[in-house]
Design a protein around this ligand. Sequence first.
Ligand SMILES: Nc1ncnc2c1ncn2[C@@H]1O[C@H](COP(=O)(O)OP(=O)(O)OP(=O)(O)O)[C@@H](O)[C@H]1O
Length: 658
Amino acid sequence: MSAVIEGASADAELRAAAERDAGFLRRLARQPLTVGSAAVLFLVVLAVVFAPLLSPSGPMEQDLLNIYALPSADHLLGTDQLGRDILSRMLHGGRVTLLGVVQATTVCTLIGMTLGLLAGTLQGGVEVLVMRVCDVLLAVPGLVLLLVVLAIFGQNETAAMITLGIIMSPTLIRVVYSATVAVREEPYVAGARVAGLNSRQIIMRHILPAVAGPALTQISLVAALACLVEAAIGFLGLGVVPPNPSWGNMVTDAQQAIVLAPWMLVPSGGIIAVVALSLTLIGNGIRDAYAGRASGSVSAYSWRALTPVVEREDRRPAPAEVKGVELETDRPAPVLSVKRLSLDLPRGRSHVRIVDGVSFDVGPGEALGIVGESGCGKSMTISGVLRVVPMGARVVAESIGFRGVELTTLGESEMNAVRGTGIAFISQEPISSLNPAFTVGHQLQEAVRLHRGTGRAESKAVAHDLMSRVRLPEAEVVGRKYPHELSGGMAQRIAIARALAGEPDLLVADEPTTALDVSVQAEILDLLRDLREQSGMALILVTHDWGVVAEACDRAMVMYAGEVVETAPVRDLVSNPHHPYTQALLRSSSVGAEPRQLLPVISGSVPAPGSWPTGCRFAARCGLVQDRCLTAPVPLVPTTGGVSARCVLVPSTLEAVR
Ligand SMILES: Nc1ncnc2c1ncn2[C@@H]1O[C@H](COP(=O)(O)OP(=O)(O)OP(=O)(O)O)[C@@H](O)[C@H]1O
């Protein structure tokens, strides 16, 4: 029986692997530079392999009456100092150079892949031994070793290239080892082990596909380097003995005739450059395709390419909205005012909507809670505002106003200035947001220096002050600690202190207490409330937890399937929720529940982006659903006292849709 289960899962795994590979090859094929480089390399290899057929004359055939000739119909690339045809010598010489490249690359690949995988998977003594061997090999001066080998083996190119392969293997071992270590800790690898796969199967199905990308990239760079080193050996006169040609000794010939016939350097130097460059570009292409990028063009690496498409939407409101989607009226000018923010993520060749026309305001010193089940788009709403979104995302908004500045019109550098100083962010995982390589004091001081332009001593004083503001005693001692030495609560305090370094007007906290135990959670909420009262900073708190909303927020916005379904002052929302989803969420939360009371769950699940229904998105899970809920989108309509809801059962909505 287990065999059947394993067979089925192995089939699925093979299919998934095949799809993964197909995706990788498709992305590779969509990179013009990589395809072009591969084509050039293929043609060079083909020409070199068929050198005896393609050469116009023998590589050592001399014509002393026609020396140093420029390119002509008889000699397409001219002749050298003995009147030998340069093209013929290049084709034959390429056999030596490319054979050397293959030898060095093969040796390096065999050693690098085998030892890297063994060290990464077997761990223990093998891991230590392999890493120490790497250290030793890296310490050996490669050029000296090559010269010794050439001296011992009488200018034997094969021995030299095998040695080169060994010298270059530690880098590949380390690349493969690091990729293996990263993947061996993944839960799915543990799952495969539990499912009964042996080490060989785990390596073949899970680890090898994960390390293939970085390894192939490194291997192509090794090949490029091998080409250059082989040429250098030939140039130094330590490789193939003249008059036999190699690309390296052809460069020597050209260098000796540099005054009489400068042209000679072009074909011999050019072919080496073309082959090395092609191999490097192929390596870059593999790296890009492996990372999921389709284009190998330079823009794929630039910071601009990470900038999402941000569009300002000009639209006339739909008739139902004319009756009022404006959420609040009699409040002071908001710090942040978001109008009809939508966010689309790429899926295949198109985009899928994740956040759909979300509008909200946050006033000075106000705390807004964004609540909803997992996958409703809470975090993506924040990502859209901050413009820190996955690659290829598209943000569309009628307006995102922050302190009177329209963020949709800002360029990336201006937006950088807003992030951190105007709007600060803290995440659920404070430790992972801190760099493990630096002390927390250093990181805090760096943030102070960056945002306030202060000198070393002043930054330190400000950092200590910030630590005392977030109630971290003994700033000097804590500042010397590394992130992993802190408890979750301390790390979150450091993250908050770092966020405060830019003296922001708005702090956005995405599930800031989820990873903390209950007493620390209460302390952090207490701290956030105090900081808000002291500085007048506004707060947006993304959370699943009504307890957190009740404790720390003035108003709450409930999201469902990418849209806002209700927004209201927290007290009103908790005591008198209008939307059936808010009611169900509150019923299923422990806020206000009796001890030992069994909490009801909301049956069903949130519809996935891309399959939202036309009418009310909560209809399929709503106990009060009616026919009219299903036919058309339901607008978000204000009732009274700053409450807005998106449900046909709310009287004002009923009026609006009538
Ligand atoms: N990087 C991503 N690539 C593709 N889809 C994503 C990505 N991040 C989020 N999504 C999808 O976007 C939708 C909204 O996600 P989001 O993280 O905003 O939800 P959330 O309400 O904050 O949930 P949670 O509380 O679990 O974080 C989900 O369906 C999620 O699967």
